[in-house]
Ligand binder design. Structure first.
Ligand code: CP
Length: 367
């Protein structure tokens, strides 16, 4: 494990940042989507799929609950969350890992002047991992470096960092896209996510792309799949950040920018909707934006491809018509559940019980 001061390290080369988050070349802290190569993404999708199957029986659930019952997790969520918090909590329960939570720092000794860094140092003495959601970009990465310098070093998982990244959401999004668009590549009873279902496909990102951390992380993961085409459909003021544009250009990803949704839906194989992230407004500046041009509505369904996948990280407002919920192409409720299985898979990988789960699956569940 390399050490790094707790200074901002966003200016360091990505490869250096990634190595600081690894232990002997294996994923340790989970902070950036750039930490995941294709092999690891495929492996985590496979683990999620296997855990989902194993958990179907009483005997399988007992086996899973035995895997991490000797570990403890802290869910430190000081920014609002429903899905990420609850799916990590459910993932801990599936794997038998007791967890505790801090969701409101006003009930902690931070009100007595304790720094957030000291809070994290304290948590590291009681728990074996910290899952963190925090409003500040870079805070989770800085705290991971702080933990690297502690005698008792534990993995930190980023459950959403400001406007920057949400890597575990991107993992569940890839898992959902793969299950929707690449079902034929996954042999029943032999889950294998090594195929590339996105080659030659168009995936559209719609809405507030500038401040949508889920989109930023998912773009990084999708660049691991050669041949994918990306459409970025957003108001000019909320178009995806220059750092992401520079990255996809460097990776030679086919891409286009659009400023209306209606005329683009017929060419999409997947549409990833996002809400207006106006909690990041400094002075209500997004109030003047006509977001209705970025609403996906039931009356557009006639233009959808038959195999379209509609995703949304949720929560939604009016940008995603509730009338679409019953359309088989709506995959956002599956996304919600897939998050639980993916996070259980991630925990099993972090704590090195992945090989035991894979062996168990092939012994008792594979056909
Ligand atoms: N998708 C997502 O991050 O949802 P929550 O904010 O409810 O966790």
């Amino acid at each position: 494990m390399m050490n790094q001061t707790t200074e901002d390290c966003s200016s360091l080369p990505t490869s250096h940042r990634v190595s600081l988050l690894s232990n002997d070349g294996r994923l340790f802290h989970v902070i950036l989507a750039q930490q995941f190569d294709r092999d690891l993404i495929d492996k985590l999708c496979r683990l999620a799929e296997m855990i989902r199957s194993i958990a179907e029986s009483r005997q399988g659930s007992d086996f899973l609950r035995n895997q991490l019952c000797h570990k403890r997790a802290m869910l430190y969520f000081v920014q609002p969350s429903t899905r990420t918090f609850l799916s990590f909590a459910a993932a801990c329960q599936i794997m038998g890992m007791p967890y505790n939570e801090v969701r409101d720092p006003s009930t902690s000794s931070e009100v007595k002047g304790e720094s957030e860094a000291d809070t994290v140092r304290v948590l590291s003495q009681y728990f074996d991992t910290i899952v963190m959601r925090h409003p500040a970009e870079g805070f989770a990465e800085t705290m991971a470096h702080l933990l690297n310098g502690m005698r008792r070093t534990i993995p930190l998982v980023n459950g959403g960092s400001g406007k920057d990244q949400h890597p575990t959401q991107a993992l569940l999004d890839i898992y959902t896209l793969h299950r929707s668009m690449g079902r034929s590549l996954i042999s029943p009873g032999k889950p294998n996510f090594a195929g590339n279902p996105f080659e030659g496909k168009t995936i559209a990102f719609v809405g507030d792309l500038k401040r949508g951390r889920t989109v930023r992380s998912l773009v990084y993961l999708l660049t691991r799949y050669p041949g994918v085409r990306m459409l970025f459909i957003a108001p000019d003021e909320l178009q995806i950040g220059a750092d992401i544009i520079e990255y996809i250009q460097r990776m030679d990803v086919l891409h286009e920018f659009r400023d209306t949704l209606q005329s683009s839906v017929s060419e999409c194989d997947a549409i990833y909707m996002t809400r207006l992230q106006d909690e990041h407004d400094l002075q209500g500046e997004s109030k003047t934006i006509d977001y209705s041009r970025f609403h996906l509505t039931q009356d557009m369904a006639g233009q959808f491809k038959p195999e379209l996948a509609i995703l949304h990280p949720l929560p939604r407002r009016q940008e995603l018509d509730v009338a679409l919920d019953t359309d088989p192409r709506a995959k956002y409720w599956e996304q919600v559940q897939n998050g639980m299985w993916m996070r259980a898979g991630l925990m099993s990988y972090i704590f090195n019980v992945d090989a035991t789960i894979i062996d168990h699956y092939y012994r008792d569940y594979a056909v």
